[in-house]
Every structure is written in structure tokens, then in C-alpha cells.
Design a protein around this ligand. Structure first.
Ligand code: ZN
Length: 153
């Protein structure tokens, strides 16, 4: 289990499941020359590598999606994902389904499916005021859920 709900699930990074040198710590497949997924030169797995190039980029994207805000803005035709209005310069990257809810509600899903919540399908750029309102509503829901849970138990 990762220490925080913000960390994407990656079982091959855990000591118990790691496959060792030559295997990717994100997807678990063998890493070949140049950090590729296929062995074009028939030289076998690269024992000095434990990441695919593509998996490094994916890992960076999942952990710091705000670095790709300009790409996300373009994909949304510069419209706010929450209100549909024009995106302002101060707009922020947001997870449609907040990661704390993924942790609480989807924990039993297989980990490759869970990664969708960290990636593009769950990301949107929204204006700062819409983001603040969304976060406040989520915090209120969390509070209510915690209160109800303590009432029940
Ligand atoms: Zn990989």
C-alpha cells in the first residue's frame, strides 16, 4: 500500500513484488535497449535498467499532471472542464474523481484500471474559482462521510 492516496498504484515498485534488474518497476515487463518495450536487436533484457522510457513519462504525468496543463488546455479547446466557460490563465489541473475517493471507493479494482484515475481520463483543467468551489464541496462531503461513519460504528 502506498503511503499516501496521491501516489499511483504500482505494485512492481513494492519490495514484495519487484522483479529486479531488467524489469520495469511500473509495468513489470522486461526493459530492452534504449528503455524500449520490444527487443529489436535480440540482445535480451537490459539489466542496468528498471524503467521503460514510456513508463518514466507516464509516471511523471500521473504524479505532476500540472506540468502538462498546456496540453490539457488544448484538448479541452480552452474551455473550463467544470463550467464550460473560457479558461483563465490561473486555471488549475483537477482530478474529476478526487483521488481520496478513488482510495476509499475503488480500492478493490485491479491496479491497471485504477491508473485511469491518475491519467488523462480523470484529468481536467478548471478555473480557479470553480476549483475552489469543487474542493470545498468535496471537503464537506468528506466531513459528512466521516461523521456518518463515526455514528454507525
Ligand atoms: Zn514499463
Amino acid at each position: 500500500m502506498p503511503a499516501t492516496f496521491r501516489t499511483p498504484p504500482a505494485p512492481y515498485r513494492e519490495n514484495a513484488y519487484t522483479k529486479g534488474p531488467g524489469f520495469c518497476c511500473v509495468c513489470g515487463q522486461p526493459v530492452y535497449r534504449f528503455g524500449w518495450h520490444i527487443d529489436l536487436w535480440d540482445s535480451g533484457a537490459n539489466k542496468n535498467a528498471n524503467w521503460h522510457c514510456a513508463c518514466v513519462i507516464a509516471w511523471q504525468f500521473w504524479n505532476v499532471p500540472s506540468d502538462q496543463a498546456s496540453l490539457l488546455r488544448r484538448l479541452q479547446a480552452r474551455r473550463c472542464g467544470q463550467t464550460g466557460g473560457r479558461l483563465w490563465k490561473t486555471a488549475e489541473v483537477d482530478h474529476r474523481v478526487p483521488l481520496f475517493r478513488v482510495w476509499g471507493e475503488h480500492r478493490d479494482a485491479p491496479w491497471p484500471a485504477l491508473l485511469d484515475y491518475w491519467g488523462l481520463p480523470n484529468l481536467q483543467v478548471i478555473n480557479r474559482d470553480a476549483h475552489a468551489a469543487k474542493c470545498a464541496a468535496e471537503a464537506r462531503d468528506r466531513c459528512t462521510a466521516r461523521y456518518l461513519a463515526s455514528e454507525c460504528c
